[in-house]
Write a new protein. Structure first.
Length: 193
């Protein structure tokens, strides 16, 4: 019984990735191009996420500023953790929005991870802060409802892994982070093979 349940976890994850591979290839390519264009123009990538998704944002910032599978100079990527001075609002979304206001510059990109189906009220301030700074948003989301989709601009890119289980979405987002890094490295360094 336990082994079957464990196998089901693998099958469910693989099934989701198989289902979205074709439909997500275009938005991932678009997002990778935005990142390359921004980085080569001297702009930065600000990575953030709410809740456990912040761990994926930290991981992505580390891959960009460090390296993925090939050695390369570090890319200008920052992880926003939402930690501010003691006088800052306790709400993580408001703290992240404040960091975007303080650190974001025109031409920078906001790479937002969201796997839990956060409501518009939590995500809209982040998107509004990025847009007020003239930043482009790349949103890796898992929401099935996408009630906050209307807060994205036509120039933004959403990469959506629709699934009811946040664990499946988080697994897919890790793969998306790797796909983005691979595409960036391919465009900046060429094939390492």
């Amino acid at each position: 019984m336990l082994e079957q349940r464990i196998q089901q976890q693998f099958f469910e994850s693989a099934d989701l990735l198989y289902q979205v591979a074709e439909s997500l290839s275009r938005p991932v390519a678009d997002a990778a191009q935005l990142l390359v264009d921004g980085i080569t123009a001297g702009n930065r990538v600000l990575c953030c996420g709410l809740g456990l998704s912040s761990l994926d944002a930290r991981y992505m910032a580390a891959l960009l500023s460090g390296h993925f599978e090939q050695d390369r100079p570090g890319l200008a990527a920052l992880f926003l953790d939402g930690q501010l001075q003691m006088s800052a609002p306790a709400d993580a979304g408001a703290a992240l929005a404040r960091q975007i206001q303080v650190l974001g510059h025109p031409g920078d990109l906001l790479l937002l991870f969201e796997s839990q189906g956060a409501p518009r009220a939590q995500l809209a301030p982040l998107l509004e802060a990025a847009h007020a700074q003239d930043m482009t948003v790349i949103a890796l989301s898992g929401s099935q409802d996408d009630e906050w989709r209307s807060a994205l601009l036509d120039t933004d890119v959403q990469i959506r892994l629709p699934h009811s289980r946040p664990a499946r979405v988080a697994e897919g987002q890790r793969l998306l982070a790797h796909c983005l890094c691979d595409a960036i490295d391919l465009q900046l360094l060429g094939s390492g093979e």
